[in-house]
Design a protein around this ligand. Sequence first.
Ligand code: R5P
Length: 151
Amino acid sequence: MRVAIACDHGGFPLKAHVIEAVRSLGHEVVDFGVFSEERVDYPDFAEKAGRALQRGEVERAILICASGIGVNIAANKMRGVYAGVCHDTYSAHQGVEHDNMNALCLGGRIIGPELAKEIVRAFLNAKFLGEDRYQRRFEKVQALEEEAKRR
Ligand SMILES: O=C[C@H](O)[C@H](O)[C@H](O)COP(=O)(O)O
């Protein structure tokens, strides 16, 4: 898979560890920055990774800010981006399996590198199960997206 990675200054220290975990599984990283701890605005970087998802240039995205919350809010404003903050491995794979989550949000000031790498592996190894009830719920989420466009 091609995996977009983007962070702000709060996520930057964790980014190298996340990249290592993605590559160790044989996936390709598309790095949208940042490349230093200089203070920036997280929506600018969530948007870059989200656009790559929307254009189909990547299959998954991993977004990192200080808490994971800001990038999660920004990413979920983008059509076709289904983001979740996961600081445990169960949520990271269940979010994909049940909810078709395609963007993982992490808090660089919340978790350490080893847990982050386990979460990344759980996220990337998971597939949407697509069983009737999960598909039905996902389509209801998509209907909400369509409705938001009209309001
Ligand atoms: O949800 C927001 C993010 O966690 C930001 O990374 C955080 O607000 C950055 O804070 P500061 O600019 O105070 O370093």
